[in-house]
Design a protein around this ligand. Structure first.
Ligand SMILES: Nc1ncnc2c1ncn2[C@@H]1O[C@H](COP(=O)(O)OP(=O)(O)OP(=O)(O)O)[C@@H](O)[C@H]1O
Length: 253
């Protein structure tokens, strides 16, 4: 699938775990301000490739080129996780990883400060500009009224939004989300859909997800993975008509 203005080019990537090739010659490009979904059956390789983009998995062959606004084109397969994060790629894992011992506001504050340095996190108060941004993020994720509460008091959905807010705090160019609506009810899922549609105005997003209604509502395009390879790619409407996709995934209920 041709992408006009890519933020990420995955080029002939293979990933091995011992002798097992989990990803085989995968290529795809993700555009600026695009919401791309990675879908496909369990074990297809979706999370494995997401983990390669953020540096958590080592790539055996191929390149992943990130077109950074501030640093130019970088092959992230040669970089450490924290460097990739600094470059502007934010990763949210399936289980929420917020800090339970500090308030919701402090979680966001820490995420805003952390972008700048450990020194800043520990010893300095946020500047007015950063404080304003923290308030903007709290409002954006709908948790401004709960800012002085602790994450333990939040619902499952609210915890996920807090974590999305913590990612936003670093102003990434690309966000990677692993099953962001798993365990959510329909209302929370719809709110998450609205959040992502707003976030994409400033950022590209890759989502690994099994909720196909959510994928239909939110995705611009989807990549269907099967046995470590790309089976199809395009809009949700187009891949839904592909008989192979129906056979291996969508038709299985
Ligand atoms: N660290 C690892 N060591 C060995 N094998 C792994 C490792 N991580 C993933 N795999 C294997 O790689 C394959 C792809 O796994 P992956 O988690 O990427 O699939 P997925 O498409 O994300 O599945 P799901 O939808 O269930 O999350 C699976 O066969 C899995 O068992």
């Amino acid at each position: 699938m041709e992408v006009k203005d890519p933020v990420l080019d995955i080029q002939d990537v293979s990933i091995k775990f011992g002798d097992f090739k989990a990803i085989k010659d995968v290529s795809t490009s993700v555009g600026k301000n695009e919401i791309r979904f990675f879908i496909g059956p369990n074990g297809a390789g979706k999370t494995t490739i997401l983990d390669a983009i953020c540096g958590k998995n080592k790539v055996s062959d191929g390149h992943i080129i990130f077109h950074s606004d501030k640093d130019g084109d970088k092959d992230v397969t040669k970089m450490r996780e924290y460097k990739i994060s600094d470059l502007g790629i934010g990763r949210k894992f399936q289980a929420p990883s917020v800090f339970g011992g500090i308030t919701i506001e402090e979680n966001i504050e820490l995420a805003v400060a952390r972008k700048h340095s450990i020194y800043c996190t520990t010893f300095l108060k946020l500047s007015k500009e950063k404080k304003d941004y923290m308030n903007y993020v709290l409002e954006f994720i709908g948790l401004q009224d709960k800012r002085f509460k602790y994450p333990g008091s939040l619902s499952h959905g609210e915890k996920q939004w807090l974590e999305i807010g913590m990612l936003m705090a670093a102003k990434p160019q690309l966000m990677l989300l692993d099953e962001p609506v798993a365990g959510m009810g329909r209302k929370e899922t719809e709110k998450t859909a609205e959040l992502l549609k707003k976030i994409k105005k400033d950022c590209s997003i890759i989502v690994v997800e099994h909720d196909m209604q959510f994928a239909k509502d939110v995705s611009d395009t989807v990549t269907v993975f099967h046995e470590g390879q790309v089976l199809d790619e395009g809009t949700m409407e187009s891949v839904q008509r592909n008989q192979k996709v129906i056979d291996v995934y969508l038709g299985r209920g």
